[in-house]
Ligand binder design. Sequence first.
Ligand SMILES: [Cu+2]
Length: 464
Amino acid sequence: MTNRRSFLTGAGVTVLGASLVSKAGAASLPEAPVHSSAATAAPLAPAGGRPYNPVVTLNGWTLPWRMKDGVKEFHLVAEPVVRELAPGMQANLWGYNGQSPGPTIEVVEGDRVRIFVTNKLPEHTSVHWHGQLLPCGMDGVTGLTQPGIQPGKTFVYEFVARHAGTFMYHPHADEMQQMAMGMMGFWVTHPKNPRQHAVDRDYVMLLASYDIEPGSYTPRTNTMLDFNLWTINSRVFPGLDPMVAALGDKVRIRVGNLTMTNHPIHLHGHRFEVAGTDGGWVPKSARWLDVTTDVAVGQMRAIEFVADAPGDWAFHCHKSHHTMNAMGHDVPTLIGVDHRGVAEKINALVPGYMVMGDKGGSMGDMKMPLPANTLPMMSGDGPFGNMEMGGMFTTLKVREGLARGDYRDPGWYRHPAGTVAREWTGATPAPARAPDARPAPLPAGQALDARKPGPKDPGGHHQH
Ligand SMILES: [Cu+2]
């Protein structure tokens, strides 16, 4: 977990600016801040322009901008980055301004926006502003609406952020490679009226998946489906910060999906409404209560709820393989297999060989030797032991009396006496059982009734 100090100071933000671009262009280009830390940055209050309630990018940050002649100017730099997925694992990714995902861009409905994009990748790129209503030539589709931005070149995009909502940005150039390498970012257009759709805490996250072989650092970019790292903002549990809310806060969590499968996002202890989709806000009359909502590929969903239950609540994708890290997805099921003898024999040949999974898959307390730069499949120390989680998992920590704007990890929840599940130590009456389910022995001379398809019986009915 991130330590508290690096969180609030926003440590790691530096400004490179002119060193990134040619001297001739430097005078007219806005600075390109970079962020070197994977800590969650404090919300970036608007330094000018119209007011809005800034969002918090979990384990990410917001891109500062400058106002020039009434236009909000941003500078994105597409470049190779090193991202810590969780303590103990670094990945060689591509991203923007020092991180994957790139920084979140925040503007206000009606703002004229100018975004400079400098390409420091070894191949051409472009940026598509996913979900925006804009002039076709600003849509960022290489070959269709613009030529690719060649390495070393800077392009400029300009449009009006026409409607409030939740958006993403990503390349539309060599997409399979560039998105598999982590090129993506979040975009929030705030309503003109900051009281409209106002919440107390507004979290944003992008879902991305990677295929990084244990022991290596660079994603395999040709993988189609079999990814082994399922990330929130290019982080995996236990590398994800908790989301924090004061008891009674209205909370919004915006999720964008740039993986190649859907993610049923599930929150414990609360009921939420899907308040925003790809196209904007959902009318109140069209919302219903949920505890899980599916975010399909390419979609954005904004869920809203009142944090009315104190505690440490799990928040995760409900596909169980998406809350695990790289190791162990392809091992056979060994539940119930007695392989004591086998283990002894193999041990003679391979000292230290360990039999895995004969009582289930729980490996939380096994301290297995792992290849370098590889996370355990499931880990994370909680107040009651190992959480056996990885991937798309974090917590929502709801606490009484948290100050507005306090996003620090409040530590583990202190449960009121008598409210935690506990071992039963009283008498255990014998449970009622069904009659013995084992098959009765066959009477002597009777043949076994077997189900076997034959040529005269293509349907596979009984044969005697
Ligand atoms: Cu998932």
